[in-house]
Design a binder for this molecule. Structure first.
Ligand code: BMA
Length: 366
């Protein structure tokens, strides 16, 4: 009797312990581990909505404390906030989208305190040519920055600058703010120097492996969840071709913009694949970037986006920025007076979507 009791207790203990999923960094901070576990639970309950540069600027405004285009329309902040670090590697004070890095750091801390999720992308310059992320004039960039390459030291300096920024994301009580980091994205396309036709499969994987190990082992950055984020893909094999490994990826994601009538079908197929993979691997799934023709299709939010993503266990969907300066595109998020506003409010009110008011610091990080 006593033995049975002890055995039962041992088994309960074992399962309680074994059940808790962990992020890939085995030195991840407590809050990062909790974030991972809570995101896994939350993705079963609903779809968080995210917006790039949500607090920095919007349609017709820049740097107005407390403002967000999403909030202007539905009265609530997004649950996920995307930030961009391009040009941080150069030691610049502001990003390629003219947002000051010290302000981004403050917003990231603010978002953490209110219980939102911060995700970071990095359109870093081309270390070999000195051009932009979009400079695809050489196929040797990735190999040149790997160990032994002529630009390896320069790339390490870029990573040092990145690490300084990340280690500066510390609250007053010394807690590092967990970040979902999404480097070298959209690599199933060939518009960035790390894209498919610009480097070998092996070099792309090595780039990831070097970056992660440099940040973790050399710089002691342990508050990141790593997001693998392709662009459009057709098959699971294509999605996984350059996947750097289950041991360094926490989030299985993709970017896909609505640029034509095939969007709902492609979005569905890609969402199907990433959610299936995430389930098999015990990881988080997301649509890390999207955007649609919301001025023309004013019901895009509910009829295209929500309708398509509804069946899937996705953690979040993030729409790209509402540029305040001239850019190659218009606003991907809603904003005051926008013709899709009524539909966005419906999207917001839907029980399947999650915005800031529904999540707290306790819920996400404890
Ligand atoms: C792109 C565009 C660019 C921007 C870049 C990085 O998709 O929005 O204007 O510089 O992202 O944020």
């Amino acid at each position: 009797m006593k033995n049975t009791l002890i055995l039962t207790l041992l088994m309960i203990g074992f399962f309680a312990f074994a059940e808790k999923p962990k992020p890939t960094d085995n030195k991840a901070t407590t809050e990062t581990v909790k974030l991972y576990q809570n995101l896994l639970k939350l993705q079963k309950k609903g779809l968080m909505f995210g917006h790039q540069d949500a607090l920095a600027y919007g349609e017709g405004w820049v740097y107005e404390e407390g403002r967000s285009d999403v909030k202007d329309v539905c009265g609530d902040y997004p649950a996920v906030y995307g930030w961009e670090l391009g040009h941080l590697e150069l030691g610049d004070a502001y990003s390629l989208d003219s947002v000051h890095f010290d302000k981004i750091q403050n917003w990231i801390k603010l978002v953490y305190e209110r219980g939102g999720l911060n995700t970071i992308s990095w359109h870093l310059r081309n270390p070999l040519t000195g051009g932009s992320s979009w400079d695809t004039s050489s196929k040797k960039v990735v190999s040149s920055i790997l160990p032994g390459g002529e630009k390896h030291e320069l790339f390490k300096q870029y990573l040092d600058n990145l690490a300084d920024f990340l280690l500066g994301l510390k609250t007053d009580d010394g807690t590092y703010v967990p970040i979902l980091f999404r480097p070298f994205h959209e690599h199933t396309g060939s518009w960035f120097w790390w894209g498919k036709n610009l480097c070998s499969v092996d070099d792309y994987k090595k780039l990831w492996q070097f970056t992660v190990s440099y940040l973790q082992d050399k710089k002691e950055v342990h508050h990141l969840l790593y997001s693998y984020s392709t662009d459009r893909f057709n098959t699971q094999e294509e999605y996984l071709e350059r996947y750097p490994g289950d041991d360094i990826v926490d989030v299985i994601a993709f970017d896909l913009y609505d640029r034509g009538p095939d969007y709902p079908a492609t979005l569905k197929k890609c969402a199907e694949t990433v959610t299936k993979l995430a389930k098999e691997k015990g990881k988080i799934a997301a649509v890390s970037e999207t955007g649609g023709p919301i001025a023309k299709n004013t019901k895009w939010w509910t009829k295209i986006l929500l309708e398509t993503l509804r069946p899937f266990e996705l953690s979040y969907v993030l729409v790209w920025r509402n540029p305040w300066q001239a850019a190659g595109h218009g606003a991907f998020g809603p904003h005051k007076g926008h013709p899709s506003s009524a539909d966005f409010v419906e999207f917001y009110n839907n029980s399947e979507t999650i915005f800031q008011k529904e999540i707290t610091k306790e819920k996400l990080y404890k």
